[in-house]
Every structure is written in structure tokens, then in C-alpha cells.
Design a protein around this ligand. Structure first.
Ligand SMILES: CC(C)(COP(=O)(O)OP(=O)(O)OC[C@H]1O[C@@H](n2cnc3c(N)ncnc32)[C@H](O)[C@@H]1OP(=O)(O)O)[C@@H](O)C(=O)NCCC(=O)NCCS
Length: 375
């Protein structure tokens, strides 16, 4: 089926900017991580298995996964100075700015060695600590408590839900969060990953690369789309209203967040999986409006523009059903995508070349300099 998105020449669309053995997106291979199909991973694996696969190149054996999970659990602590920084970051800050600041602060406290020999330890630390950072900051500013970041909960998915809601998570919610983290973990040379690789290519440290990647992820054309999608869905109280509302937005040439993709042409293979989870979670919490509204938006977007939902669209309602505040949707993306970013940082370092393209100059030329007194 023909897609309405025009072939782009800007934004490096279609440009092969390097080689990678981590992930394929579209281009005849579908979506796979290190050769494993996303459907299989999202249905069968735990997020920690997938993170291990991305970081180290192979699926872990049982014993390897156990050790990895223990290390991740041990990496959840927040030292007092990091806690102080989190307390100082204002309540009304964008949580992505808070995450960026926390990551940069961690780089000051737990430096990477100049020879990068502790890069794997830092990778585990970042994956383990991001959920603690988000939930600690949340409870300190919204509930006036400093939470204990330790827990017996083994999985990152379950840990995040437990710390956010301050009670053990439902099994179904942990499973849904596992699947979501797997779907968000890696996506080839997307904007934030490419940012991380550029910073890495200067021989900078991991924290700088991840902080920069968080900055790139924050925008609504990238990770911020899941929050924008929830805000959009929340504008409507019925499928009929949603259909009318979207038609009117399209009429005024508005972009509908959570739709379309730079690389995928007819569908996002992650959508079918997250959509099923969204439906199950809607049933679980007895919400009968949001899912039909989302489907109405999906229908009208396809009929009018031949645009399909990307991962962000149904992730929004899935997270909403699990009681997660909308402002934390993109920080959850960080908790997951850090695994992909780290894999790319390691890969870039293993065969590094400074990433420094050139531009086509389109400015004025041959201008005579005019002294400041004569301008
Ligand atoms: C992801 C995205 C940035 C990729 O876009 P791109 O390859 O740069 O293509 P463009 O944004 O230039 O879009 C091409 C055409 O499709 C239209 N289009 C693309 N996505 C659209 C959307 N979500 N809503 C409405 N129209 C859209 C554009 O308006 C444009 O139409 P035009 O040629 O008539 O001007 C784009 O689809 C988008 O902005 N989506 C919404 C944000 C989002 O969900 N991001 C998460 C991505 S995983």
C-alpha cells in the first residue's frame, strides 16, 4: 500500500551512516536485536535477558542471567550527594531534565577511567540506577518521602512499578512493563543512539554520551511522542469525538503524535505487541473508553493519511492504565533504551572513527568586511 509520507532528502533520511551488528529496522529484515526477532523476544524473554544480549552479544545462560540480575539489583543505590542533587532539582522540572542532570552528576561521582576499563561496570550501574533516580525524585517532591531504593524485586520492570506505587506490582503489570522495556530497548541509528555514538566517537566518557542521548530523546519527534500521544488521547471522551477531532487536526495540518516513522513504511512491528498489552491492561483496570478512542484515532489516521501507530502510541495508554504519570513515559524509555545506547557505545569504541560529516554551504560568499563604525 502506498504511504503518504514523501521521500525525504533532508534529515539524513535513507543515508547509511555506519555499520552495526546490533539491530535491524525494516529494510527487509523486520526488527531484530542481534538476529533475534522482536516478537520472540517480547513474548518469551525478560528485559534483563535482552539487555544482556544487547550489551554482550549473546543470550545469557541461566547462571549468567542470575549474576547479571544480582549486579543490576546491587546497582540501585543512590549515594547521599546524588540524593541531595535530586532533592534540589525543582518539582516542576521536566523529568527528562532531571534524568539528564542525575546522569551527569553520576559522571562526576563515579568517573569512567580514561582507558574505559570500567565501562561494563558503568553500564550495569546506569541500567540499575535510572529507575531508582526517577522514583526517588518523584516521591521526594510529590509525597514528601525519601524512599528506600533497595528491594527484593529482581526485575527492573517490577522494581520500577513497586517503587513508583510503593507496593508489590501485579504480575500482569510487570509482564506488560517487561514487554514494553524490550520493545523500547534498541532501534538502530535513531536520533538519540546516533547522538550517543557521535559523542562516543570523540573518545568522550559514557556519562557524556548517555546524557546527550537523553537530551535527544526528550523531543516529541522522538521519545517525547509517547507523552504527547497520551495528551492527545486525553482530549477526547468518545471514539466519535476522537474521529472528528483528528479530522479537524489533520485539516489544520497538525502532526498527530505517535504516528508515522522515518524508516518503517506501512507498520511498526512493535505496535501489534504493545497494542495487545494496552487492550489487556484496559480490561484489567476496567477502562472502557481509552482503548476504543485510541483505535478510532488509529482508524482515521490510516484512512486519511495511510499513517500507522508507532510504538509510542499504544505505549501511552498501556502506561496510563498502570497508573504511571504521563510525565514519566519518556523517562521509562530511558530506562530501557540505555541498554541499546550502551551497546552502541561499546560498538563505536571497538572500531572508532570520529563522526564528523560535512555540510553543503548555502550562505553568502565574497562579502567585503565592513568596519564596525561603518555598519
Ligand atoms: C516520526 C516522524 C518524525 C518521521 O517523519 P519524517 O520521516 O521526517 O517525515 P515528515 O515528518 O517530513 O512527514 C512526511 C509527511 O507525512 C506527514 N506526517 C508524518 N507523520 C505525521 C503525523 N504523525 N501526523 C500527521 N502527518 C504526518 C507530514 O506532515 C508530511 O506531510 P507533507 O509531506 O504533506 O508535509 C514523523 O512521522 C512524526 O513527526 N511523527 C509524529 C512524532 C512521533 O510519533 N515520533 C515518534 C517516532 S517513533
Amino acid at each position: 500500500m502506498e504511504n503518504t509520507q514523501k521521500k525525504k532528502v533532508g534529515g539524513l533520511a535513507g543515508i547509511v551512516a555506519g555499520k552495526s551488528a546490533i539491530c535491524t529496522v525494516g529494510t527487509g529484515h523486520g526488527l531484530n536485536y542481534r538476529g533475534y526477532d522482536i516478537q520472540d523476544l517480547a513474548m518469551e524473554a525478560e528485559f534483563e535477558e535482552v539487555a544482556y544480549l544487547l550489551l554482550f552479544g549473546t543470550l545469557p545462560k541461566k547462571s549468567e542471567l542470575e549474576i547479571f540480575k544480582h549486579k543490576l539489583q546491587a546497582a540501585r543505590h543512590l549515594e547521599p550527594s546524588l540524593q541531595e542533587v535530586l532533592k534540589l532539582i525543582p518539582k516542576d522540572s521536566h523529568p527528562m531534565d532531571m534524568m539528564k542532570t542525575a546522569c551527569a552528576m553520576l559522571g562526576c561521582l563515579e568517573k569512567e577511567k580514561p582507558d574505559f576499563s570500567n565501562q561494563k561496570d558503568i553500564a550495569i550501574r546506569l541500567l540499575g540506577v535510572f529507575p531508582s533516580i526517577l522514583t526517588f525524585w518523584h516521591h521526594y517532591h510529590h509525597n514528601n518521602i525519601s524512599i528506600d531504593t533497595q528491594s527484593q524485586e529482581e526485575s527492573i520492570a517490577g522494581y520500577f512499578l513497586e517503587k513508583l506505587h510503593q507496593k508489590p506490582p501485579k504480575k500482569l503489570w510487570t509482564q506488560a512493563m517487561q514487554a514494553s522495556l524490550i520493545l523500547y530497548a534498541e532501534h538502530e541509528f535513531n536520533a538519540s543512539t546516533f547522538t550517543a555514538r557521535i559523542v562516543t566517537s570523540t573518545l568522550s566518557d559514557i556519562y557524556s554520551s548517555i546524557t546527550a542521548a537523553i537530551g535527544a530523546l526528550r523531543g516529541p519527534l522522538h521519545g517525547g511522542a509517547n507523552e504527547a500521544a497520551m495528551e492527545l488521547i486525553s482530549e477526547f471522551s468518545s471514539p466519535e469525538e476522537a474521529t472528528k477531532g483528528i479530522l479537524s487536526k489533520l485539516e489544520s495540518k497538525a502532526k498527530i503524535m505517535g504516528f508515522g516513522h522515518r524508516v518503517y513504511v506501512n507498520n511498526d512491528p512493535r505496535n501489534v505487541i504493545i497494542k495487545q498489552w494496552s487492550k489487556r491492561l484496559a480490561q484489567d483496570v476496567g477502562n472502557t473508553t481509552i482503548f476504543p478512542i485510541s483505535e478510532a484515532i488509529e482508524k482515521v489516521m490510516w484512512e486519511e493519511k495511510k499513517l500507522f501507530p508507532n510504538l509510542d502510541f499504544y505505549s501511552a495508554s498501556a502506561y496510563h492504565f498502570m497508573g504511571i504519570p504521563t510525565a514519566y513515559f519518556t523517562p521509562i524509555f530511558i530506562m530501557s533504551r540505555t541498554s541499546g545506547w550502551l551497546a552502541h557505545i561499546f560498538e563505536q569504541r571497538s572500531d572508532n572513527k570520529l563522526i564528523r560529516p560535512t555540510s553543503e554551504y548555502i550562505g553568502p560568499s565574497n562579502r567585503a568586511y565592513i568596519h564596525i563604525n561603518n555598519r
